[in-house]
Design a protein. Sequence first.
Length: 164
Amino acid sequence: MTRIVLALFLLVLVYALSLASAHPWDLAMGALVGGLILIVYRRFLFVGPAVPTGTLLRRVAGFVPFAVALVWEIFRGTWNVALVVLHVRPLLHPGIVAIPIAERTPLGVAVSSLATTLSPGAFLVDVDWDQGVLLIHVLDATDPDAVRAEHERFYRRFQRHVFP
């Protein structure tokens, strides 16, 4: 029941933010639309057991450092790509690096892939579930172990607490 109420609240919030209005009629319409969405898509939205409240609160608290670290990685990647494009830093050895999936859940793999692709200079090529690796193309693949270590550090320090 808590999941449904939280989901309805978030849907109404998104509706109100998209309208830029907190008028009671707009909130009521958002609740109606959100309720219909929850009724129609309940089998797809609420798959599996509910996450305990303590875990959910820890994940919400861990999202802020994750988001800040992700923005920093985007800034750093943008800076590195700009240096290469402006020919300040040479493009030495671009290539594909295999990053182990390890303990990531499918959601964790999706978030890792998205976080990697958001930062310029690296993007997801493929997820090889049989080998258990993410294939990432990076601008500087001269030291693949350093690239793997950086991805693992980001996952362990920031992402694992929010999206395991």
